[in-house]
Design a protein around this ligand. Structure first.
Ligand SMILES: [Zn+2]
Length: 165
């Protein structure tokens, strides 16, 4: 019971022991497990004090610039890969909501198709399953076209706005 209180107060015990209730502090003297935990935390903190982030090598900037230029010259990746990359790292933040919306649309269409398949098991559909599949494929193709044109726009304005490396 009091062990749990000690664990909740470990940081306070280390940095501001006065703020910790006396019974919790006294427990440290009786309980080897708790006092060891405090010692461990203290050791960790000391290590963190000594730890220093390594400096990047002096070539880091030029290497990065070379990498960026290589990526710009490289063959364009597949559309899905580009959408994914833009969502993850995209600097064109104004396009991000549009791309997210388009992906959500894809998911909705995908979910709708799935729901349609599920319901066609219970009630006989008027149109054949093949027709339904073709319809949903057509819908998906439209979304892909929209994504593609989005992508084209993006390439156009990134060409004019990106700084020359
Ligand atoms: Zn304890």
């Amino acid at each position: 019971m009091i062990c749990r209180k000690v664990k909740a107060n470990l940081a306070n015990l280390l940095f501001d022991p006065e703020s910790v209730p006396v019974d919790v502090r006294n427990h440290l003297e009786d309980c080897a497990a708790c006092s060891e935990e405090l010692v461990t935390l203290e050791a960790t903190m000391k290590l963190m004090d000594e730890w220093q982030a390594p400096e990047p090598s002096s070539y880091f900037d030029s290497k990065l610039a070379v990498r960026l230029r290589e990526e710009q010259r490289a063959e364009p990746a597949g559309m899905l890969e580009r959408v994914r990359a833009r969502l993850l790292f995209g600097s064109n933040t104004h396009l991000r909501p549009i791309a997210v919306g388009a992906l959500a649309l894809l998911i909705i269409i995908g979910g709708g198709t799935y729901a349609g398949l599920m319901s066609s098991h219970s009630t006989p559909a008027k149109t054949s399953a093949t027709v339904e599949d073709l319809k949903s494929l057509d819908d998906n193709a439209q979304v892909f076209q929209q994504l593609n044109s989005l992508d084209q726009n993006d390439q156009d304005d990134s060409g004019s706005s990106s700084p020359n490396l």
